[in-house]
Design a protein around this ligand. Structure first.
Ligand code: MN
Length: 231
C-alpha cells in the first residue's frame, strides 16, 4: 500500500439532505452569464454569447450555513445565488437528451465573487481565478437527489440579504438549461461523477458586508441561511 509523503488532504464533500451520507466533490464548474438579465447587468448581450465556464477548487465548497468568512483582498464581495447540479455519472460529448440521466441531484449554492478583482482581471485580460476561486467561495446547501426533486426546469430562485430580496428569477430564464450546459461542457472536458456545476445566477447581484444574513433558495430544491463573517 502506497504512502503519501505528507498527510493526505481531506476529500471535499457536500451534505445530503436528510441523510448521514455525503456527496463527494471532484471538481467545481461554473457557468458565466446564464440568465439574460444578469448578462445585461454585467454589460453583455445575452443573445449572442454561447455559455462559458470557469472553475473553483473542490475545497472551495463549504456548507451554506453558519458563518462564511469574508475573504481577504477585496472591498466588493458579491453574492450570486445559483442552482447547483451534482453529477452521479460522467461522460464526454454527451448528447443533450442523455445529459439529465447523469445528474445525481441538486442543491442551492452561492458563487461568491470578489467583483473588484474580477473587474481588474477583465480589464487586464487576466484570469478570474483569484476573483472566483478563493477559500470558501462556493457555499452549498445540502443536496437532494433527483429522485426527489425531479429535474427542475422552472421555479423561483431567490436571495435575500438581511431580509431584503436582492435576487429573484426563475429557472426557466436560463439561456442554457441544465441539459444543454452539461452537454456543452462535456465537449471541453470529460465529466465525472462527483463534479458539481454552478449553473449561473439571475440578476440582482450585489455587495455583501461582514455580519450580513444571507438567505436563498430554489423552489423544489431547498433553501439556505448563512452569515458573512468579519473581515
Ligand atoms: Mn456565477
Amino acid at each position: 500500500m502506497s504512502q503519501f509523503v505528507i498527510t493526505a488532504p481531506a476529500a471535499p464533500s457536500v451534505a445530503v439532505a436528510g441523510s448521514a451520507e455525503r456527496f463527494p466533490v471532484r471538481r467545481v464548474f461554473c457557468v458565466g452569464r446564464n440568465y439574460a438579465a444578469h448578462a445585461r447587468e454585467m454589460g453583455s448581450d445575452p443573445s449572442r454569447e454561447p455559455p462559458f465556464f470557469f472553475t473553483k477548487p473542490a475545497d472551495a465548497v463549504v456548507p451554506a450555513s453558519g458563518a462564511v468568512p469574508y475573504p481577504p483582498m477585496t472591498q466588493d464581495l458579491h453574492h450570486e445565488v445559483e442552482l447547483v447540479v451534482a453529477l452521479g455519472a460522467g461522460g464526454a460529448d454527451v448528447p443533450v437528451e442523455e445529459a439529465l440521466a447523469m445528474v445525481w441531484g441538486y442543491g442551492v449554492g452561492l458563487d461568491l465573487t470578489r467583483r473588484d478583482l474580477q473587474a481588474a482581471a477583465k480589464d487586464a485580460g487576466r484570469p478570474w481565478d483569484m476573483a472566483k476561486g478563493f477559500d470558501a467561495s462556493a457555499p452549498c446547501s445540502p443536496l437532494r437527489p433527483a429522485s426527489e426533486t425531479g429535474h427542475p426546469a422552472q421555479g423561483r430562485i431567490w436571495l435575500e440579504v438581511n431580509g431584503q430580496v436582492k435576487q429573484q428569477g426563475d429557472l426557466n430564464e436560463m439561456i442554457w438549461p441544465v441539459a444543454d450546459v452539461i452537454s456543452y461542457l462535456s465537449r471541453f472536458v470529460k465529466l465525472e461523477a462527483g463534479d458539481l456545476i454552478y449553473s449561473g445566477t439571475p440578476s440582482g447581484v450585489g455587495a455583501l458586508q461582514p455580519g450580513d444574513r444571507v438567505r436563498g433558495g430554489v423552489d423544489g430544491v431547498g433553501t439556505f441561511e448563512l452569515e458573512i463573517g468579519s473581515r
